[in-house]
Design a protein around this ligand. Structure first.
Ligand SMILES: Cc1cc2nc3c(=O)[nH]c(=O)nc-3n(C[C@H](O)[C@H](O)[C@H](O)COP(=O)(O)O)c2cc1C
Length: 356
């Protein structure tokens, strides 16, 4: 049996294989609602055999959206559409995960195929918020530095979003603390210049994420896993480091986080990132070994053999695939064939399992 197709049990939840659909914004929502696109997009990947499917960054508040077209979960009205998706995924053997997110200073931007840069308020944009009034790109409008009431609201928004995620039928919550969005902005000294208890020392910069983990874990059932996606390095002198990530992962583990999804970068536009096959796997491996916690590896994982070797060699417990899953929604079914593992195909597709 290939390692990639060995089930993974975390707490009371078993995921049938190690292949996860990485969160991918579809920028196809209006007012945060799912529609047929999301059902077909996520549903196809369940039919294609993925063990865990994590939704795109799903905003905990309207101002936490990257673009006006992001998915959201800031109202009970969002739940019936999401529930339809989680039910379909479960019916086809995939675990449904949701990535809860707040875009911070990188919010209120255009969807790439509609424009570039910041959406002005007259066109439906909004005032962004951040730890400090420093824009992502020099010359962009300044984000408003969050005051204590603003921070309390962010924490409350994540708490209520967690309750809604449960009501919508999700079984994994992933907190998005990567890619230069709000929680990463607090972690990194490159975006956090605060002088209060949320800035300065490592402990202070981690405070908001840890407070959000505490309220999330308190509401999220003990039998369901909680993941955190981090950017394991800013790839920039003076920024967040791999050592910081390991220290953070230890704190997260103490608070009941089950898995660290190890991405990198995204907090400064000038970072030089050595992108190539599996370029972020080393971070998943170090965090796994040095913080003794489950990890997910992501970033240019595109073949069955590569995915298998990451799991088999103990570099990570899960592999997350993004663009390869867009190219081939049936990647898990194809990977099983390549690795000689007999997995179930949807009965409707059984006649296509063999070439004859
Ligand atoms: C279309 C698209 C949308 C993405 N949206 C998100 C997102 O919502 N949240 C997130 O954490 N990462 C997002 N990412 C990053 C992916 O999850 C993944 O980390 C990255 O693409 C590297 O993996 P890959 O080489 O398999 O594509 C997105 C990537 C793509 C291609």
């Amino acid at each position: 049996m290939a390692s990639l197709f060995t089930p993974l049990t975390i707490r009371g939840l078993t995921i049938k294989n190690r292949i996860t659909v990485s969160p991918m914004c579809m920028y196809s929502s209006r007012d945060g609602f799912v529609n047929d696109w999301h059902l077909v997009h996520l549903g196809s990947r369940a039919v294609g055999g993925a063990g865990l499917i994590i939704t795109e960054a799903t905003a905990v508040s309207p101002e936490g959206r990257i673009t006006p077209d992001d998915l959201g979960i800031w109202s009970d009205e969002h739940l019936p559409g999401l529930k339809r998706i989680t039910s379909f995924l479960a019916e086809h053997g995939a675990v449904a995960g949701i990535q809860l997110a707040h875009a911070g200073r990188k919010a209120s931007t255009y969807t790439s195929w509609k424009g570039s840069g910041v959406v002005p308020e007259v066109e439906g944009g909004w005032q962004t918020v951040a730890p400090s009034a420093v824009p992502f790109h020099a010359g962009q409008p300044e984000p408003a530095a969050l005051d204590q009431a603003g921070i309390d609201k962010v924490i409350a928004d994540f708490r209520v979003a967690t309750l809604r995620a449960l009501a919508a039928g999700f079984q994994v919550v992933e907190l998005h603390a990567a890619h230069g969005y709000l929680l990463h902005e607090f972690l990194s000294p490159l975006s956090n210049a605060r002088t209060d208890s949320y800035g300065g020392s490592f402990e202070n910069r981690c405070r908001l994420l840890l407070q959000i983990v505490d309220v999330t874990r308190a509401e999220w059932p003990a039998e369901y896993p909680l993941f955190v996606r981090i950017s394991a390095t800013d790839w920039t002198e003076g920024g967040w480091t791999t050592e910081d990530s390991i220290a953070l992962a230890r704190l997260l583990k103490e608070r009941g986080v089950d898995l660290i999804d190890c991405s990198t970068g995204g907090n400064v536009p000038t970072a030089a990132i050595p992108v190539g096959p599996g370029y972020q796997v080393e971070f998943a491996e170090r965090v796994r070994k040095e913080a003794d916690i489950l990890t997910g590896a992501v970033g240019i994982i595109t073949t069955a053999q590569q995915a298998e070797s990451i799991v088999a060699s103990g570099q990570a417990d899960l592999v997350l695939l993004a663009r390869e899953m867009l190219r081939d929604p049936n990647f898990p079914l194809h990977a099983a064939q390549e690795l000689g593992v007999d997995v179930e195909w949807p009965v409707q597709y059984a006649r296509a399992k063999r070439h004859k």
